[in-house]
Design a protein. Structure first.
Length: 313
């Protein structure tokens, strides 16, 4: 897939952007059959794209051969119905290798994660992502968070880089995002995409929409697609009552529960998938499983979320 068609397919998605968890068997190895089932269920439920082996998919915990197998499995499960975007990260050399592996496995694009550990200057960051973009024919979305925070001028440079089609923001600095959007609009006009990539992005999406950022990732879609879809539809249609009801009754309590443990942005989501009936296994170290009481609270919260939808009906 060329950059333009992927960008076009992502620009106005019909459903949430799906970041599947990676399934592990009882012995801790990747379970590709369960993983395919997880991806198939998400696509069937209405996902507009599959972002495989990214943050929620524990990119950091996968061996290179496991990464390749999972991306290939996601492509097979999606069956061309929606695009598959794969993670790529670590230092530049490894990120390039993961990018090429993803291309060979059939991915339609890349989500370029922050480089490993180092806090580089803007010149080095720009060079890093340009090398990733030039390594394959795959379109690249750059992920801003942690040690990869960009000035507006750097994002202008990214927007001018062939193959880079967008920026996913996991930082949450709305002043910076407004300046980035403004700088790119005036200095590199085009179809550059922006994504809200904060954990539980629904919680902040009203604020991001005011900046013109309409795309967002949805971890909730992994375990409660009905709720995530209802919220997505309400945002698109301007149904403020449903948006407020779900924010107040489901998303805010979920964010507060997620804040009870480090790594819960992944492990609590994975627990939610298991509550739904698909045994995707536990998270790999250094992440840890959520406390039993927190899983019980999650189960009650999911029930409440579905009740809110029934009340809407």
């Amino acid at each position: 897939m060329t950059p333009a068609p992927l960008a076009a397919r992502l620009r106005d998605p019909s459903g949430p952007l799906f970041f599947p968890v990676t399934a592990y068997g009882p012995d801790g190895s990747v379970d590709l059959d369960v993983y395919r089932a997880h991806v198939r269920e998400g696509v069937a439920a209405g996902a507009a794209a599959v972002f495989a082996c990214c943050g929620t998919g524990e990119f950091h915990a996968l061996l290179p051969e496991e990464f390749e197998a999972c991306v290939r499995a996601a492509v097979e499960a999606a069956g061309g119905r929606v695009p598959v975007v794969a993670g790529a990260g670590y230092g530049t050399a490894l990120a390039v290798r993961y990018a090429r592996t993803a291309e060979e496995a059939g991915a339609d694009g890349l989500l370029a994660m922050p480089p490993y550990l180092v806090r580089a200057g803007q010149e080095g960051l720009l060079r890093h992502y340009r090398e990733i973009a030039s390594a394959t024919a795959l379109p690249v979305i750059v992920y801003q968070r942690d040690n990869a925070v960009f000035t507006p001028s750097t994002v202008v440079g990214l927007a001018r880089t062939e193959g880079v089609i967008g920026l996913k923001d996991g930082l949450g600095d709305l002043d910076l995002m407004q300046r980035i959007v403004s700088a790119v609009r005036t200095e590199a006009p085009g179809d550059f995409l922006y994504f809200n990539g904060l954990p539980t992005a629904e919680q902040t999406q009203l604020a991001y929409r005011a900046l013109g950022v309409t795309l967002y990732s949805s971890a909730v879609f992994c375990f409660a697609p009905e709720i995530a879809l209802a919220f997505h539809r309400a945002l698109r249609s301007g149904d403020e009552a449903t948006v407020r009801r779900l924010l107040d009754g489901f998303y805010r309590p979920f964010v507060e529960l997620r804040a009870q443990g480090r790594g819960y942005a992944v492990s609590l989501v994975k627990a939610g998938v298991r509550l739904r009936g698909l045994d995707v296994g536990e998270v790999r170290p250094p992440l840890h499983e959520p406390a039993e009481d927190h899983v019980k609270q999650l189960a009650r919260l999911i029930e409440r979320g579905h009740a809110l939808l029934e009340g809407e009906a």
